[in-house]
Ligand binder design. Structure first.
Ligand code: GLN
Length: 269
């Protein structure tokens, strides 16, 4: 099968309620990088009107950040068969990128600064708690060294360099991981909780992170990993993506690492 015949459906979780700090850029990045390779791409909003069949039909999932109130609205909708369908997708290896408020909802629970605990889907073994309105939010640039074993290996294989991700965090909630593997180690910024040096989580093929950025345009090789993983799962073939020219993204990464004085062994190209 030639490149042109691949079809990819991006499932976008609650676009109107969950897309803070440019997280929509992650959807656009996957869409464009697929189109530039000639694939046929569809973006399917997975919101209140989505059916279980819709959820089952997607090849890659994007979930953005949200304010506490919006997270509550989402979780009131994401119950029963819809919750099960998301769980099945993630457990079966559908790749996805989940930012900030999304991983909080994929974990066991999120306790906002005000109001009731919001029960999550419990797919990721983690809990998130907002320590109160008087405690400083975690805001600023974020650099992550990917340490999740399989993902780090795949990204290194794709790029020839040790994978470092650059992004931006803005969250009140602090996340503690249970048995789930961290996405990486904080090289700059605060990450999951500002204490244990962990950032995000990696489970099956789900990337959970506090990094907005948006993450994918700043780290296009992660978008390619998501696309490649989605296509391999869908077509059951060892598909390898053709490479794209990313001079601006590379320059932007170099500039940020320099500005933040983060020593990256070899720059990811
Ligand atoms: N409401 C969550 C928090 O403050 C998530 C914020 C976000 O997604 N940007 O921790």
């Amino acid at each position: 099968m030639s490149d042109q015949q691949y079809e990819l459906t991006i499932g976008w979780l609650y676009p109107k309620l969950m897309s803070t700090y440019g997280d929509r850029g992650n959807v656009i990045c996957i869409e464009r990088r697929s189109q530039w390779r000639g694939y046929d791409v569809k973006v399917l909003p997975l919101d209140q009107s989505a059916t279980v069949t819709d959820i089952r039909s997607v090849d890659v999932i994007v979930g953005g950040g949200a304010q506490d109130r919006q997270q509550e609205i989402v979780m009131r909708d994401l119950q029963g068969a819809k919750a099960e369908a998301i769980r099945e997708k993630i457990e079966n290896g559908t790749p996805g990128v989940f930012t900030c408020g999304s991983p909080q909802l994929l974990g066991h629970y999120y306790e906002p600064a005000f109001g009731q605990r919001i029960e999550g889907l419990g797919i990721l073994d983690l809990v998130s708690v907002h320590p109160g309105e008087n405690v400083r939010r975690c805001i600023g640039n974020l650099v992550i060294e990917v340490t999740a074993t399989r993902l780090a290996r795949d990204l290194e294989e794709m790029t020839g360099s040790k994978p470092y991700l650059i992004g931006f965090e803005n969250h009140g909630g602090r996340t503690k991981l249970g048995k789930v593997e961290a996405l990486g180690r904080v090289a700059y910024g605060l990450g999951n909780n500002g204490e244990d040096g962990t950032e995000g989580a990696f489970y099956q093929n789900a990337i959970a992170t506090y990094s907005h950025g948006p993450l994918l345009p700043k780290n296009p090789f992660v978008a390619d990993w998501l696309i490649q993983t989605a296509l391999r799962l869908k077509y059951q073939q060892p598909i390898t993506l053709s490479s794209l020219d990313d001079p601006l993204a590379i320059q932007a990464r170099e500039a940020m690492f320099k500005r933040l004085k983060v020593n990256v062994p070899t720059l990811v190209q």
